[in-house]
Design a protein around this ligand. Structure first.
Ligand code: NIG
Ligand code: FE
Length: 393
């Protein structure tokens, strides 16, 4: 029923291996059989009798799973380019600017937020992202956080990409509040937030939400059915990555300050280590130990972290290219942007790989080899994208 095939003569990277970097590259000819929105079969060789009669041919284009951006903050208003300029003159990033975005976001109308967020989602999809996570976190006050979670869904309505929502009420302390009050509010309102979110996240930093607050919010999230993702060890080594591993977090993200010993603990856990190369390279506040994580055997994801203050581009081809600058091989980088991201969202087996049973989320690129992501930093473009087996053209 509703079967069709895609054929190619170039490279197909199914991401069939379990370890970071195991792309399982197939050199063409190859055949992919789809049934409805899923992959039924992937194999090397030519079409055979019995294969579907409807066939799309991608020629020699490189084909990968649709890219998975497992960490973004795409819903916001305002412009903080002035802070980026100040950082080029040596100013340190402390997270304080988040409150400027909160003020602009709270002042913006629903229509403006939906329009701007939708444009950012479309920009990501145009660069090969088929699944994206979007966090709240620029509302802070519970009604505003809930509004942002609702508006993320409104912005995504009718778009073919998969959009997952994360409640990040623990992103900053409002100027008129204090950590204890903000913490209590988050705990009190979690049941209502849980209906509008898929995950919970905390910006865990000693002066923002410390380990104790983070653990309590994570526990309350678990009780309300929200798996944990953490902003961990970005500005200071707080021990958040280790807390996440201990608590069975889906992912711990940023990791600029983790040690090689932390990397070994993460590698021995089920938690995905998510590297955000854009802000890591642009903030100048330390680089994550990418090679230590990869060499220890951690499951690693890369994501854009597109947000209002530290890195603005929701481009996964750019994130892949920049992760090479952090020491990833190209195989590790592309795997981390697909299968790794799927793991970071708890969706391994559903997305991020071209395998029987997975959604047929695929990209045929304007190149014949994955090395182009390193060669043409951010410039590699989809020729065709399939979202659950449907092309968007
Ligand atoms: O992931 N680190 C915390 N949150 C965002 C930045 C938020 C902002 O500065 O607006 C991040 O980099
Ligand atoms: Fe972030």
């Amino acid at each position: 029923m509703n079967r069709r095939a895609i054929v190619g003569r170039g490279r197909l990277l199914p991401m069939s291996g379990a370890s970071t970097g195991a792309t399982g590259a197939i050199d063409g000819p190859w055949v992919l059989v789809l049934e409805r929105d899923r992959v039924l079969e992937v194999r090397a060789g030519e079409l055979q009798p019995g294969d579907p009669e409807t066939v799309e041919d991608v020629g020699t284009a490189l084909v990968t799973p649709g890219l998975v951006d497992s960490h973004t903050h795409l819903i916001f208003a305002g412009d903080r380019s002035d802070e980026a300029a100040a950082r080029t003159r040596g100013e340190r990033y402390t997270g304080g600017g988040i409150l400027r975005t909160v003020a602009a976001t709270v002042a913006a109308s629903d229509e403006e937020l939906v329009r701007e967020t939708r444009l950012r989602l479309l920009s990501a999809a145009g660069r090969g992202t088929t699944t994206i996570e979007v966090k709240s976190g620029y509302g802070l006050e519970p009604m505003q956080e809930h509004r942002l979670l609702r508006l993320i869904a409104d912005a995504a309505a009718g778009l073919p990409m998969r959009v997952r929502r994360t409640h990040l009420g623990a992103h900053a302390i409002p100027a008129e509040s204090d950590p204890e009050t903000q913490h209590e509010l988050i705990l009190e309102t979690l049941p209502e937030m849980a209906d509008a979110a898929d995950y919970i996240d905390v910006f865990c930093e000693p002066n923002i939400f410390d380990l104790g607050w983070t653990r309590a919010i994570a526990e309350a999230g678990a009780i309300n059915g929200l798996p944990l993702k953490l902003h961990a060890d970005q500005l200071e080594r707080s021990g958040a990555a280790l807390l996440g591993a201990e608590m069975g977090a889906l992912s711990v993200d940023h990791l600029e300050q983790v040690t090689e010993e932390d990397a070994r603990v993460l590698a021995a856990s089920s938690t995905v280590a998510t590297i955000l190369p854009g802000p890591a390279l642009m903030l100048g506040a330390g680089l994550p130990p990418a090679r230590a994580l990869l060499d220890a055997g951690a499951t690693v994801a890369v994501a854009s972290d597109a947000n209002a203050g530290t890195f603005g581009e929701p481009s996964m081809p750019l994130a892949i290219g920049l992760s090479v600058a952090l020491g990833f091989t190209i195989d590790e980088a592309v795997w981390a942007a697909t299968a790794g991201g799927a793991g970071a969202l708890g969706l391994d087996g559903e997305i991020g790989r071209i395998m029987p049973g997975a959604y047929a989320d695929l990209v045929a690129w304007d190149t014949e080899h994955e090395g182009a992501f390193a060669l043409r930093l951010g410039g590699v473009r989809p020729l065709w994208t399939w979202f659950g087996g449907e092309t968007d053209d």
